[in-house]
Design a protein around this ligand. Sequence first.
Ligand SMILES: Nc1nc2c(ncn2[C@@H]2O[C@H](COP(=O)(O)OP(=O)(O)OP(=O)(O)O)[C@@H](O)[C@H]2O)c(=O)[nH]1
Ligand SMILES: [Mg+2]
Ligand SMILES: [Zn+2]
Length: 335
Amino acid sequence: MRRYGKHTDEDDVRIRPNRKGNRPRTNIRPKHEDATEGFVLTVDRGRLTVLVGDRTITAMKARELGRKGVVVGDRVAVVGNLSGDKDTLARIVRVEERSSVLRRTADDDDPYERVVVANADQLAIVTALADPEPRPRLIDRCLVAAFDAGLEPLLVLTKSDLAPADDMLKTYEPLGVPYVVTSRDELADGEAADRVRERLTDRITVFVGHSGVGKTTLVNALVPDRQRATGRVNAVTGRGRHTTTSALALPLPDAKGWVIDTPGVRSFGLHHVDPARVIHAFPDLEPGTEGCPRACSHDEPDCALDQWVADGHAEPARLYSLRRLLATRERREGD
Ligand SMILES: Nc1nc2c(ncn2[C@@H]2O[C@H](COP(=O)(O)OP(=O)(O)OP(=O)(O)O)[C@@H](O)[C@H]2O)c(=O)[nH]1
Ligand SMILES: [Mg+2]
Ligand SMILES: [Zn+2]
C-alpha cells in the first residue's frame, strides 16, 4: 500500500516557495488574538482531536491555513465552539512554531516527506527481541531520523521472555543510547511500565517500530485507563497486524509527560536527512571532520576521521557506528 502518493493531504508539509510581497499576511494574526491554545492529540481524516484546557474538542483546519499540515503534538490556536459538545466543531487558525519535527518518507526515493509528530523530544525505538524478529536496520534508520530531528533516542527492547537482549545491546553500546528491556511478566506486574516511565517524565515521547513489537501494549501499561486495541502477531508470517492505525498522544498519569503511540512502520525513509546533522550527534567525532575533503562521505580513503580515531580522540567503535548509520541511508531496507 502506498499512502504517500503525489497528492497532498493535510500531513503533507512540502514547503512551497513563498512569493514575497504578493499578499500582505499581516491581517491574519490580529483577527485571532482571542484564540485559545490547544494541543493536537490525534488526526483522523481532517478531523483533529484537540486538548483545550482539560476539555477534548473536535476541530478542523481553518481554510486560511491553506496547505499547512497540522499533526499530532502540534500546539495550535483554536476559535469557535470550544464546548466539546457532541457535533460541535472548532477551527484551528494557527499552528505555533514547532520545537521539533520528526519526519519520514515512505522510502528513500520518495521526495515527499511526511511529518510523523511535532514537538516531541524523545524517540522511543521499540523493537521486539523475537516475534517479530528484530531488524537492526530499522533501528539504525530510526536513530538517524532521531539525530536529524534533534530528538533523544531511547531503545526499548520488548519480549525478552522470548529471546535474550545481549547481542542487541552489544551492537548499540558504542552509541551510548539509553535502553530499557521489558518482558511479558514485567508487563503483568507493572515493572516494565515503571522502568519505562522513569525515562518519560516531563517529556513528549513518540513510540515507533514495526507492527507487533508491542508499542500499544506498553502504552496501555503506562496509561492504564486508556486501553487501546493490541493485535496478535501472525504465527505463520511472524508479522504484526497493523492494529494501530493512527497516532495518538496520551498523557501520563499525574501529567508527567506525554506518550505518542503510532502505527507500525515497515520502513523509515530517510530521503530528507542531512548527514551533517547526524554527525552532530557524535560530538566526539564532529571536530575530527574538519580535516575531511569537501563533501566527504566520511567513508572514503581521505576521510580525516580515521586519523582522528588513530590519534586517540575517539573510540574506533564510535566511528564504526557512525559509518554504519550514515551507510543506512545508502542501502535499502530489505538488504
Ligand atoms: N511474549 C510477549 N509478547 C508481548 C510482549 N509485549 C507485547 N506482546 C504481544 O505482542 C503482540 C503485539 O502487541 P501490540 O502492542 O499490538 O503491538 P504494536 O507494536 O502496537 O503493533 P501495531 O499497532 O500493529 O503497530 C500482542 O499479542 C502482545 O500481547 C512481551 O513483552 N512479551
Ligand atoms: Mg499498536
Ligand atoms: Zn570524512
